[in-house]
Design a protein around this ligand. Sequence first.
Ligand code: GAL
Length: 843
Amino acid sequence: MGVKLLLVVAVSLVSFLSLGNSSSSVSYDKNSFIVNGQRKILISGSIHYPRSTPQMWPGLIQKAKEGGLGVIQTYVFWNGHEPHQGKYHFEDRYDIVKFIKLVQQAGLYVHLRIGPYACGEWNFGGFPVWLKFVPGISFRTNNEPFKSAMQNFTTMIVNMMKTESLYASQGGPIILSQIENEYGPVEYEVGEPGRLYARWAAQMALNLDTGVPWVMCKQDDAPDPVINTCNGFYCDYFTPNNASKPKMWTEAWTAWFTEFGAPVPYRPAEDMAYAVAKFIMYGGSFINYYMYHGGTNFGRTSGGPFISTSYDYDAPIDEFGLLRQPKWGHLKDLHRAIKLCEPALVSGDPTITSLGPSQEARVFKSNNGTCAAFLANHDQHSFAKVVFGEMHYHLPPWSISILPDCKNTVYNTARVGAQTVQMTMTPVGEGFSWESYNEEAPSYDENMYTVVGLLEQINTTRDASDYLWYMTEVNINQSEGFLEYGYSPWLTVFSAGHALHVFINGQLVGTSYGSLENPKISFSQGVHLVAGVNQISLLSIAVGLPNVGPHYETWNAGVLGPVSLSGLNEGTRDLTWQKWSYKIGLKGEALNLHSSSGSSLVEWLQGSFVAQRQPLTWYKSTFDAPDGEEALALDMSTMSKGQIWVNGHSIGRHWPANKASATAGCSFCNYAGWFDERKCLGSCGEASQRWYHVPRSWLRPTGNLLVISEEWGGNPFGISLVKREVGKVCAQMYEWQPQLMNWRLQSTGRINRRLRPKLHLSCGSGGKNITSVTFASFGTPEGKCGDFRQGSCHAANSYDVFNKSCVGKNSCTIDVTPEVFGGDPCADVMKKVAVEVVCSNIN
Ligand code: GAL
């Protein structure tokens, strides 16, 4: 016990040292949070620990820190921690204490959103499925069974954090907590019981006495001292419900999630930076990027339904843990500029001056006289020339310039100085050698679980599997007209969702599926039936349980009917109320085919017998881990739908056959103007998700077991293992950025050398160097990365400059001044440099 006590003391001492004052407390007023006695503008980012591996965590946290973040925000995922009632899991990807301690070691703070409702496109919004079956329960309202379960879990998490001394009040990194999540809109619908529940939740949280503030996001009536906060694409308009609370933006959406069947949303860095700069300019003092690293919905953790396995979110750190450039770099530059303004920003209200119809200046002054200014041009279409402090500034449309000394612009949200990196997915290895195992569609058997009528799916499976078989028999009389005249009777199946495969006498005859907006299915098709007994087997598939919506715990899935057969002599026969047999899960799941022990129990077909384009097929192969450290993925483009496992770990659901329908946002996307999740879209007309992340840490050097289940047929020989690596790197920058500098300084040439624009190129940490320069022009180049062109003005030695300074190096820096390029190629013209280089392996 003595040793344990010593250890506890030692651990607290380490946390004490890393975060300063052990009596550190967190307080707030309307201007900002005050942490350890210091006022702070807090820049935070969401990284959800189970959406990456523990081996990835240190790198992600480090990249967040280098990106200028001071806080990491995460939900707590109840269903991951208590998958079965009373049976807890805090290992591996669910080792939340380890995650928080890593954040602490990096010197960052934590915002812990305990919820325990998470939403987050996570299965069932984070609630364990068993919770639905607690007698008398009703989620997220004034319901005793629910409140008691919520209180138990919340208390357990808080106590765990306290035992580990993780609250800032104990010298730990957690400076904030969250109870519930966006309950305000639900409360509005639920009415009085909702209001009572919200007050209860706040009080229950406060009673836990964490010593740090609680927030409730989207909860306008959050009772004091709980802070109500804003979530959205923009939050500058938001005001907290009490003048003593700081203005917080707990979810600044960096883009949006992807659904199977829909295009992939992205959000331009310029607009993201504009939204954040505007929030700070309008008095905000806490901003959290949701997501900063989105990661992967491994296993069956994605919610929805129809949320894709990738939760990339177009976040500054991509799904694979790599920097997304220029977004990461452009936001890093923004954070640096905000930091320079911090003393003035936290000191009180700004002076607001109109600079034009859609232009304004906000000037913040600290008590000791430091001055910081934000100049905004909210016009979506035009540049603005404004006068501020007797100087002139040129502001691009929909942009904000930051002047930490009220004179010099160090940053403009629409001027991206950070490099752009195009990532490539390069096949590695020989290709897979496959074996296959085919499972049959089961048929009606009254010895199975058999009842009259159709059962709701989630009540039946309790989400132990995505799959539920509905099986029945249909007797066809010899005298049926369709047999004689050769037409097909018509089978109609209504399902509450989410996907359905219809098998008649063991043959797949059709497939149908819904979407996130409308998960319901109506299948209607002519089917081939024979005289005598016919087996109808319906494979109903849930693709993630709902995570949001009023009382989503009551939403149904599965074949609820009616099911009917028409075109018979009797007209239409209703099959809904006949006897149906049920089977939960696929045979391969019961056999544990995804594991090495399970897969060795059955006989697999090899060589030319390997099945292709065949439903209900399992594939297996072994492979060696490719050398190097690049992130890996499986290119699944030739497959349809199923699940993937590597060495028994579930990579998630694949569904490349669900193509992204093209919509308006697929064409050109201008950064300027209000953003929403439909504005900027990619992968249109293609698979919503083609690549599936295979974490390096799940691999051994050799003999890795890859198992894939395929529901409706694919070609496994098209699958390849790919590595994600830096391909082209581009950068653009204006000489001396004259449009950003004030004119007087520019004309007198008195710009401090430090402020001169420098262009940086880097191949990152993957062991690559710049091997060639594919475009370089100082002058008036046009186009964008991958598609640059020379303009009418071009310095002849542009290529030479980069060839000399960059080729053969991992990174290089160039001053963007005419002298560097051998003199001015076109005086009196605003010039910039654009460059594109290729990064390749050193050896
Ligand atoms: C928010 C919610 C998050 C997440 C987000 C969309 O409303 O709080 O958990 O679901 O929407 O990605």
